[in-house]
Design a binder for this molecule. Structure first.
Ligand code: AHG
Ligand code: MN
Ligand code: MN
Length: 332
């Protein structure tokens, strides 16, 4: 037997390329990586499996509906928003290199430790995206963005443009539990194999179709969109496009990643600056789109270049296949 012959499967066909194995291999690709990165992602993986279980059992455990409070955005928190948020805080809270945890559901970020005490990363997240859909078994998800916090007061150190992200991704709790991740080396997709309780890699270096006649927008707000967006919709209607809108960003973006097309949330009457949150919705998704060969814009600006001033600031988004985003921009 040659030294690598024993690595070639002869009797088994199981996919053993777990998320953990992938992350450790990626660590090797990052010169100077200290291994603490994989600790973070394994904590997110644990949180994802726990949230997936909660979402699946929501109606059984009777944790549907409103929690009774409102978040900083004035949105009624669903019970599962609060439960998911707590699960992530508990999984990440004891990882020694986390400096800041910043959540859509918490007004202020949780500052866990200074750099001096070993805090190196800020993890920003939307614990449950699309939560208004969760009572109806429609796909919902978790979105996360990881930044390194090496300078400045740790309280505001996470206010960095999206280009500075070290990792970004989402977990979609849909017909299967899908974990999509980028660390700057392409987009990789994992599916939770329930029989062994591990995420296994099912696609790597995903490339989005350059063009695809699918647009995804809430057309109920069409009349309050700026004119250019309405002109684009007229173009799409006249050119045989189909419309797909789930109302959970994670599900709409995941379909766009795999099938192509464009996902839009333009400025509206109620959200003149757009509805989606820059730091933990638009930025992570924008990086995923670009890493898969797509584009992600706020009006004519590149989302990843936006210099944030507030953790909870919002932005409009146009993201998806490069050719489809360009088509929208042509009308703006
Ligand atoms: P969240 O549930 O985290 O508040 O996010 C909901 C967001 C996003 O998931 C989705 O794309 C968008 O809200 C849908 O907004 P509309 O219902 O206004 O279309
Ligand atoms: Mn969300
Ligand atoms: Mn949310």
């Amino acid at each position: 037997m040659t030294e690598t012959e024993h690595l070639q499967p002869r009797f088994t066909t199981d996919n053993l390329l777990s998320l953990q194995t992938h992350i450790l291999a990626e660590e090797k690709a990052h010169p100077g990586a200290t291994g603490d990165f994989s600790w973070l992602l394994s904590a997110i993986s644990l949180a994802a499996k726990t949230i997936a279980n909660k979402v699946r059992r929501a109606r059984i455990e009777n944790v549907l509906g409103d929690h009774g409070d409102r978040n900083i955005h004035g949105e009624a928190q669903q019970k599962l928003d609060v439960i998911s948020n707590e699960i992530i805080l508990r999984c990440l809270g004891d990882r020694a290199n986390v400096a800041v945890l910043a959540s859509e559901e918490d007004d202020a970020p949780v500052v866990l430790r200074s750099r001096g005490a070993g805090g190196r990363y800020a993890v920003l997240f939307d614990p449950l995206d699309g939560s208004s859909n969760v009572d109806y078994s429609v796909g919902v998800g978790t979105i996360f963005s990881i930044l390194q916090v090496d300078s400045g007061p740790v309280q505001s150190s996470y206010l960095q443009p999206g280009v500075r992200q070290k990792a970004a991704g989402y977990i979609l709790y849909g017909s299967s539990v899908v974990f999509v991740l980028t660390t700057g080396n392409g987009v990789n997709m994992f599916v939770l194999d329930q029989s062994i309780g591990a995420f296994v890699r099912v696609a790597s270096k995903i490339r989005m179709p350059e063009r695809s006649k699918i647009y995804s927008v809430n057309e109920a707000y069409r009349d309050s969109f700026p004119k250019g967006y309405r002109d684009y919709l007229d173009f799409a209607h006249a050119n045989g496009y189909s419309s797909r809108y789930i109302g959970s960003m994670v599900a709409d973006v995941h379909r766009t990643l795999l099938k192509g097309g464009v996902f839009l949330y333009p400025p509206t009457g109620t959200h003149a600056g757009g509805k989606l949150r820059l730091m933990y919705e638009a930025n992570p998704m924008a990086w995923i789109m670009e890493q898969a060969g797509g584009r992600a814009c706020a009006g004519r600006d590149r989302i990843l270049d936006i210099a944030p001033t507030d953790l909870h600031e919002r932005t409009s988004v146009v993201m998806g296949s490069a050719g489809e985003v360009d088509e929208v921009l042509r009308h703006l």
